[in-house]
Design a protein around this ligand. Sequence first.
Ligand code: ADP
Length: 506
Amino acid sequence: MNKMFSFDNPMASVSAPTRDFLARQHGLFIGGDWVAGRSGERRAVVDPATGLEHASVTEGTSEDIDRAVAAARDAFENGPWPKMKPKERAAIVHRIGELIDAHGDEFAELDVLDEGSPWGVVRNFYVALSADHFRYFAGWATKLDGATMPVNMGGEWLAYSQREPVGVVGQILPWNVPMLMAAWKIAPALAAGCTLVVKPAEDTPMSALRLAELCREAGLPDGVLNVVTGAGAVGAALAEHPDVDKVSFTGSTATGKAIVRAAAGNLKRVSLELGGKSPVFVFPDADLDLAIPGVAEAVFLNSGQACTAGSRLYIHEDVYDRVLEGVAAYAEGLKLGHGFDPATNLGPLINRKQFDRVNRLMETGVSEGASIVTGGSPADGDGLFYRPTLLAGVTPSHTVYREEIFGPVISAMKITDETVTALAREANNTEYGLGASVWTKDLARAHKLAARIRAGIVWVNNHNQSDANFPWGGYKQSGWGREMGKSAIELYTETKSVAVYLGDQD
Ligand code: ADP
């Protein structure tokens, strides 16, 4: 981005199409068109780095959810989408990916303004991956195979299974990494032939609204993708709606549990990607030039606002001091700032609630005995910036060891030559089970730990890398189901078994 950046006027960094888009009176996207919300109320969308409002969206209601679900149901029962030739559905999903790439700068601008992450990571990583996801899942539309099964019933039979779209899907999005999280959910559901009602997070709705327009441009039939903006109550209305067949959610574990309860009414299918407290192990034989920035970014990426943040850092005693010093120096070298400022490495926290939560947990951590190696306080000024923080001397009894902080805070612990089983027990000493990483050149140790850590994703010599073909999800209270790869297709399809009696054997 070769534009001048000014903190007082970040909009000066924004392209004309994005400016025009933001200036519109956004309605809800229902049945292939923009419609007004029933409440008439609007919600300001605010840049977390500056506190300035850059757009407003419609505050949806449960009545709006009723309308969106009705549109999705009609598109599912009567529209062309589920019955369309697979290659035609694939072509549309693929085209969405191409359009995301073509409008990549706009999506990155919207996410930087809504969420605050640095431009480079949003444009080159999150938005680029979002386009990849649509192209990858486009390929699945033509590969929704079933199987034939030999059966032992009397006479002659043909028994087979087929995959069918699960139906009308409600998708409730988180505020971190808004565009990519939308792509993770929307792309596989479309490939499977489902119709959708998407509820973006209230802090970060703009890229999902723009994506809805682009889907229409790509040829997605009316009513297949509906977007209703609004508060958590709008998500709750979707989760409990009796005519929704499945709900997919990414967000906090507490909200995930509320969604499970809400979904029980009609026993809709549920998939959840929730919190984490991911362990990271650094052994003496690790390539420390790779490991030190790697374990730092395992948390500082997105200012720690990632479900897989590697927030429990176990360092072997032989390299403890070097790693601690290295991570502290890395943290101190990070520049906090606006996502549009080319010098920025770390953005703000998303909102006051999260900011207060990080402050509160830090105060608790220190009062319980953790020591601050670096950071440990908000940045100067009255914004939502929190300094990248490294805590040492953390023990399993500390609140910061157990609770997800969702801020740029690493808790370091020293380990000795314990057995792999003992280390895995330590890693598993959490109610979560989302990610983990192991930094070592000893592949046997890496594989043994990978096998024993009860987490959905284990990285070796990296952390947080993702790919459309790499399943992602958690054990224990980190969630249900796996997004991406073939697993995501399984989330959005039902299996039907068909047994055809062919008559007596002759
Ligand atoms: P946070 O607590 O950090 O805001 P949440 O997990 O509560 O994170 O929010 C993630 C998403 O879930 C947002 O889109 C939010 O509006 C939505 N949400 C919040 N509460 C509920 C609820 N009770 N039912 C369904 N969705 C909800």
